[in-house]
Design a protein around this ligand. Sequence first.
Ligand SMILES: [Zn+2]
Length: 103
Amino acid sequence: MAKQWAKSFYNSDAWKVTRLQFLVDHAFTCEMCGGHAEEVHHEVELTPENIHDPAVTLNPMLLHALCGDCHKLVTKRQKNMRRPDCDPGFAFDTDGNLSPRGV
Ligand SMILES: [Zn+2]
């Protein structure tokens, strides 16, 4: 379920076109299990800060074609990665790379 602040993005033509084109380019094949992909995953978790940045939200380099089951798995894994017990000394920079905080 999309969060309130993300709804206008997920309802935008830009996302709908990008998403469909991405799935077509990947022949609707799940990148993880080879099953039928019907969902597109954002590698960089969308936030109220980056939701209006097409370099994040519509960047094919940061998207993954996944089936429903694999998408759930990946999303769960992503959530676990930002648990408070994770190393707080690292953060994603503006290019989406993990690097030591404060550099
Ligand atoms: Zn899959």
